[in-house]
Design a protein around this ligand. Structure first.
Ligand code: 26V
Length: 795
């Protein structure tokens, strides 16, 4: 496709699809016209992929996820189709910068964080690998809330991505399923039949996901809830207009909004309804497709794989058993075994408060038949493994992790350390009973979005050095190592980083009115705000450094900008206090005439995928400082390493594997290991001991406690100070001293720019293993037992 072909297609859509004259088109019109022109190029590979999968009778992978944090899609599609240059030229002709058009697209925030973004990377990789697959999720009307700061405090506002027309989805009014809730179970001809009392309609919306080089496209199918009945005509006619539309409002509530708390499932009825809603619709859709091709249900595990992204779709176990046994007549034991053959479960957190449990009362009221089946599943499991009891039902609750474990043929962790800890902690008993079930699949990220799309300067440099094969085969980045002794290469690497940093400096100046020095080290921590991720450790170090610079302003300080981004769950009070503290510290430090040339703190509001794409390529240092044992994997850590930002981090999650790959000299390690953390906590007064041993820490905590950062409002940050000097569950104080030491090593390393650039480039060269293509190959080999439908040559 030439740029004039693309331009013609854009103008065609502008006129005939959007009804706009070029003379009057606004940016949104151009964005829509370009999206439709690009979508046209996806449609054929998409249809071809479907036909190929049917013709080859390939096994299909269904990725069930409550969240798909897809972000913007236009640039990604253009990049994967190899049309970036063409699109630039087309818009040069049209007299509008392509970037203006691309940044008009809303960021689809249909997820909270790591788990949702991982699902999005995996779907893209499955398309790039030409694996017949489908993502199933919920078409939330409102994604994750928008964050702003008022006097340093987080304020939430509803997100409204569908306000602007959505270019990518195809509505499927014919793909609908009736989803029931409540009611009772009756016996008919010796069979249990669920007779739900309420119901609603799940309607499909399809978004094609195009893979690298446009060879293959899979579908992301998101379900939207619709009422079975638009409105109650009798009530309307009798004048009760609000009651007349009650059924519609109630039904639509199910897909109205993404739950924004990824730490503590609150046992909310609506949440369980959302889970059942999308899981039941997805299973029935997949079964319908299977039954259009095969008539023997025993073939199901050979032809269908369902991957449960955490326990959110774990009701798939009992629901599939119900579909196979109650509705299709397979004997119960066979139904359970067949379901297990199809199902596998990925665990994403070990934090006890984040593990889903539902009161039996609620489960029985909403899903009475499923509760009975869960009892049968437990009984069958106990019969099979009579020596010990490890049940889904316990103390009046349904434990979704246990249910997913028992109903999955494989259970995986998301990093080597996390998988080991799963075996030792939450699933200890079940692991003893099923020693082959738990396996590891370390996370990965898609290089198309996170390097090629987000970092064109670095990408051009890499391609100039080693050719363009790395995009589809990221381990080829190792070929960069031979270029590291070439001073010219490292200079170009430094220039790419510097260009990204100046772009960010301009953006921060325009959007926040803060001036940053592009020669300062950009030290970045971006992720959800959680105590275990320890943003408060980072800000404590900033406070201590500020105090030290003030003591000694003429020393040779390495200039730094500490950049934060991330949202706190609206109900997570302590996380919100951390945000407030960081903003208050930023205000004081940035206004300090003595220290601000060496140290600034910036908290960028409304962190999302788009902001990550802007920040990561411009970063020098990646902060991955969680309490060891708490971060299941992390995926941001991989994006930073790939983009040439060395890590300062603990031995937690995938940091461990990143350090092994990039080399211990190219990673700033600090802190206790997971077993050391547990032992330290046993001390009881560990925080007091750490504070007594480190005057720097004591002084920084004093500043948090008094009104240094809250002039006229002493006590504003006392909660954090009390927590840290008392209970300090996440052992911030006990890791502080070693964190400080590692940060000073970072300072010294950064001061030697030649050495630093070499270390940064080594991080890029040695991070190829962290591609989500590699993750997906692992799942294909060890869990789904299938592979690509096309050979490397596209046949
Ligand atoms: C839990 C809940 C609880 C109910 C309300 C909504 C909600 C939404 C999400 C979650 C799951 C949180 C778990 C999670 O996101 N884990 C992250 O998964 C990443 C991908 O594997 C991993 O890199 C991160 O380390 C891990 O924290």
């Amino acid at each position: 496709m030439t740029s004039s072909d693309l331009r013609d297609s854009i103008l065609h859509h502008l006129k005939y699809s959007l009804g706009k004259d070029a003379a009057h088109a606004v940016t949104q019109d151009w964005r829509m016209a370009l999206s439709l022109a690009v979508r046209d190029r996806i449609t054929d590979p998409w249809f071809d992929a479907t036909r190929t999968a049917y013709a080859g009778q390939n096994k299909r992978v269904y990725y069930l996820s409550m969240e798909f944090l897809i972000g913007r899609l236009l640039q990604d599609a253009i990049v994967n189709l190899g049309l970036l240059e063409t699109a630039h030229e087309a818009f040069t002709d049209l007299g509008l910068p392509l970037d203006t058009v691309l940044s008009n697209e809303p960021d689809a925030a249909l997820g909270n964080g790591g788990l949702g973004r991982l699902a999005a990377c995996f779907i893209e990789s499955l398309s790039s690998l030409a694996v017949p697959a489908m993502g199933y999720g919920i078409r939330y009307e409102h994604g994750l809330f928008k964050q702003s700061f008022v006097q340093g405090r987080q304020i939430e506002a509803p997100e409204d991505w569908l306000q602007q027309t959505h270019a990518w989805e195809f509505e499927r009014p014919e793909s609908t399923y009736h989803i029931g809730f409540g009611g009772r179970v009756v016996q008919k001809d010796g069979r249990s039949v669920w007779e739900p009392e309420d119901g609603l309609i799940a309607q499909a919306y399809d978004t094609p996901v195009i893979g690298w080089k446009g060879r293959w496209a899979n579908t992301l199918r998101l379900w939207s809830a619709k009422p079975t009945q638009i409105f109650d005509l009798d009530r309307f006619n009798s004048g009760d207009y609000i009651a007349a539309s009650a059924p519609e409002t109630l039904a639509r509530t199910i897909s109205r909004v993404l739950y924004p708390d990824d730490t503590t499932p609150q046992g909310k009825e609506l949440r369980l309804k959302q889970e059942f809603f999308f899981t039941a619709a997805s299973l029935r859709d997949a079964l319908r497709r299977f039954e259009s091709e095969y008539d023997d249900l025993h073939l199901l595990p050979q032809k269908v794989a369902f991957q449960l992204n955490d326990t959110h779709p774990a009701i798939a176990g009992p629901e599939l058993v119900r579909l196979l046994h109650d509705e299709r007549g397979l004997p119960m034991d066979e139904a359970i075994a067949t379901a297990r053959g199809c199902l596998a479960y990925t665990n994403h957190t070990l934090l006890p408060e984040a593990l889903e449990r539902w009161p039996v009362e609620l489960m029985g009221r909403l899903l009475p038949r499923h509760l009975q089946i869960i009892e049968r599943i437990d009984a069958a499991h106990a019969a099979e493994k009579p020596d010990r009891r490890a049940n889904a039902l316990e103390d009046g609750e349904v434990k979704m992790g246990e249910l997913a474990f028992i109903m999955g043929h494989k259970v995986n962790g998301v990093s080597a350390l996390h998988t080991d800890l799963m075996k030792q902690t939450v699933f200890k008993e079940l692991h003893r009973l099923h020693p082959d079930r738990i396996i590891n699949q370390t996370n990965g990220v898609t290089p198309r979005r996170w390097v090629l799309g987000a970092n064109p300067r670095l990408s051009t440099l890499i391609t100039d050095a080693i050719g363009d094969g790395w995009v589809g085969d990221l381990e080829q980045l190792s070929g960069l190592e031979t270029h590291l002794d070439d001073a010219g290469f490292l200079d170009r690497f430094a220039a790419a980083k510097r260009g990204n940093k100046t772009d960010l400096v301009d953006w921060v100046q325009r959007n926040q009115g803060i001036a940053l020095d592009p020669d300062a080290m950009f030290d970045v921590q971006i992720k959800r705000i959680h105590e275990y991720k320890r943003q408060h450790l980072n800000i404590l170090e900033a406070i201590a450094l500020w105090q030290e610079i003030r003591d000694n302003p003429n020393a040779d300080w390495t200039p730094r900008v500490k950049i934060f981004g991330g949202k706190a769950a609206p109900g997570y009070v302590f996380a919100k206090e951390i945000i407030h503290l960081i903003n208050d510290v930023a205000a004081v430090l940035n206004a300090d005439p003595v220290t601000s040339k060496y140290l600034k703190v910036v908290f960028l509001p409304n962190y999302n995928v788009t902001l990550a794409e802007r920040l990561i390529p411009a970063s020098d240092l990646s902060e991955q400082i969680s309490t060891a044992g708490k971060e299941a994997s992390g995926t941001g850590n991989m994006k930073f390493a790939l983009n040439g930002a060395p890590t300062i981090g603990t031995l937690d999650g995938a940091n461990v594997e990143i350090r092994e790959h990039v080399g211990t000299d190219n990673f700033f390690l600090f802190g206790m290991t997971a077993p050391e953390v547990d032992a330290r906590r046993e001390l009881g007064d560990h925080a007091a001991q750490a504070i007594a041993a480190d005057p720097r820490l004591a002084r920084a905590l004093d500043a948090v406690r008094d009104d240094t950062f809250a002039p006229g409002d002493p006590g504003r940050h006392a909660g954090i100070a009390e927590n840290l000097s008392g209970h300090d569950y996440f052992v911030v104080c006990s890791d502080f001293t070693d964190y400080w030491r590692a940060q000073r090593e970072v300072d010294a390393a950064y001061a030697d720019q030649g050495g630093w650039m070499r270390m940064a480039a080594l991080n890029t060269a040695r991070s190829g293993w962290f591609s989500s293509d590699r993750s997906m190959r692992g799942y294909l080999a060890d869990i789904w037992r299938t592979g690509p439908a096309l050979g490397a040559d596209g046949e």
